[in-house]
Design a protein around this ligand. Structure first.
Ligand SMILES: [Fe+2]
Ligand SMILES: [Fe+2]
Length: 215
């Protein structure tokens, strides 16, 4: 009986993961919190500023597609139920980020990345592989990912037009959430990743962001 319940939980989690994957890739989102852009006024942007903001937000959206995949991959393999719950909570916040960035891209007249299914598949594989190494290492990978995303968002804030209050509000809130996600991963017992691995992650993220800026 207990085995059947466990099996059902596993199947439920798998179905939920599949549902989230399709939503992430197709751009159909369920945000729990309203977008931080709220009723802020649209800035007077020129064409170049608007196109740059849309492309930066496409990069962020791809990052969030990857975050969905990473968290799902890790939640599926997490051994500790408490860790799994924390991962699922952070993943729900990442869904807000996904929805907010997609909505902002739309407002800016941009489009989502064509390669979303590919990004998702790659990140899911990495997340599941990290999960297999055990909670301590999978959390370490997560903490470092969140840290790099946080840095990345700071870089975007430096590039966005000061008048683009709506985009800036979304990016600022995402950055605050990512910092909290990193703290959560550390408080759950994340190990410290070796420097060469951090460097490899930076390199991978550089490739991803360069490609996503264009397509
Ligand atoms: Fe995020
Ligand atoms: Fe995050």
């Amino acid at each position: 009986m207990l085995q059947m319940t466990n099996d059902r939980c596993a199947v439920d989690r798998l179905v939920e993961a599949l549902d989230l994957a399709l939503r992430a890739v197709a751009g159909v989102h369920r945000a729990q919190r309203p977008s931080p852009s709220g009723d802020l006024e649209e800035g007077a942007l020129n064409d170049a500023e608007r196109a740059h903001a849309a492309a930066l937000m496409r990069v962020n959206h791809v990052g969030e597609v990857c975050a969905q995949a990473l968290y799902q991959g890790q939640a599926l393999t997490a051994r500790d139920p408490g860790n799994r719950e924390a991962l699922e909570h952070a993943a729900a916040e990442e869904q807000d980020h996904l929805a907010w960035s997609a909505a902002r891209i739309d407002e800016l007249g941009g489009r989502l990345s064509f390669a979303n299914p590919l990004w998702y598949a790659g990140a899911f594989t990495i997340g599941a592989a990290a999960g297999i190494l055990g909670d301590r290492w999978s959390l370490a990978f997560l903490a470092e990912t969140e840290h790099q995303v946080e840095e990345h968002l700071s870089g975007h804030l430096a590039q966005l037009s000061p008048g683009d209050a709506r985009t800036r509000a979304v990016v600022e809130r995402m950055r605050a959430d990512e910092a909290r996600h990193r703290d959560t991963a550390i408080s759950l017992g994340a190990a410290e990743l070796p420097e060469p691995l951090k460097g490899a992650m930076r390199l991978m993220s550089k490739v991803m962001t360069t490609v996503a800026y264009r397509i």
